[in-house]
Design a protein around this ligand. Sequence first.
Ligand code: ARG
Length: 474
Amino acid sequence: MANLWGGRFTRQTDELVNDFNASISFDKRLYREDITGSMAHAAMLGETKVLTKGESEEIINALNTMLRDIDEGRLAITDDYEDIHSFVEAKLIERIGDTGKKLHTGRSRNDQVALDMKLYTRRTIADTDALLYELLRVLEKIIVSGTETVMPGFTHLQKAQPLTLAHHISAYFEMFRRDRERLIDTFERMNYSPLGSGALAGTTYPLDREMVAKELKFKGATANSMDSVSDRDYLIEYLSDLSLIMMHLSRFSEEIIIWNSDEYRFIELDDTYSTGSSIMPQKKNPDIAELVRGKTGRVYGALVSLLTTMKALPLAYDKDMQEDKEVAFDSIDTVQNCIRLFTGMLDATRFNEEMMRFSASGGFTNATDAADYLVRKGVPFRDAHGIIGRLVLYCIDNKKTIDDCTLDELKSIDENFDEDIYGEISLKTCVDRRVTKGAPGEKAMKEYLSDIRNYMEKNTPISIQEIKLISGGN
Ligand code: ARG
């Protein structure tokens, strides 16, 4: 392995040490960030006259070509180097000789890797956000078409009160909307460039850190050089954001699995998103939802792993921090794939409106509304609760719903019941009576629909699109 040191060493590093120490097998995915950061550094070195204009331009041109060569498969990133930083520098020197040796002036791999990870995080935050936006679009579609689809709402997985599919799905809309806000928040807080912090104590060259920051579209340069090279807070925040996304996806997946079961049949997953069994011919399994639910574990694991890696690390850079990459890369890939698959699966799902309505009509989901009816007739709520409790018991004993009872039967339980009870506890009335903000009633839902339409129009992922332009696609 070609090492970046030598002067101080009289003997070669052991091969096992090289393997253990190396990160190129996984940090090669940072090549675009590394080269982009190096170009900004080289431009600044030219501008501040640390290098001549000619040298700076020669380096930038060579880096540009290198980027294209890697992108287009003419230059392979091999494992003969310790990390992506050594690789890029070595190739640069191979290509332009001594001028290439000047690129690392005033820079350390410590601020370099800090920059690369920040560029990568920014780019993938933008990608994750765009994926969430697509998911929200599918949710919006289901919400808009599901305002009349009555279904039971559950607490303790027991039928509780009637609501609509639109209302149920809106709950997930809110979760993923918050997830987007969290991503943007993480993005805003981390959006400062660490480059120019050197190994830990800045540099003796008159580097223009703000210039580099501006070139790379950061809000500015970080404030303390030791913090700059040892800060991985933003990655931990990002992993926490990703964990919450997975938590939400896993809850949704769980409901999809339940709703798709033969016992519920609220939905039918499309064949394209289902799998069969090797032995049981009748099976159509919700494997995608189960895998999304299952993959939540490794994302939580990554969060705890990095928190633990960073715990008690003395300032400034320590090699422990190299452990940030594999867990972060794996989590980012996992979450992006999960959102992508989940969105496709949901978009292809058929909702069985009849089953939902049928299910809502059983299980006494209108019992609270029957109690509210008595309250409107002047009965105190606590007494009404007791009366309806007795009525439900009577219905269970006689195998009927409240709606099935004759007026005589109802009156035998409480004389306040009248003919109007039937209309008052119909599923439609039960839903539409729920008028408070955030409730499933027609009026509240109308306001909610205009809220989310507005949100979707104003909050397209374009707000961080600019960032994607710097470090390119995948
Ligand atoms: N591969 C290293 C990492 O990911 C890069 C920084 C190495 N710095 C050093 N002083 N060894 O953290």
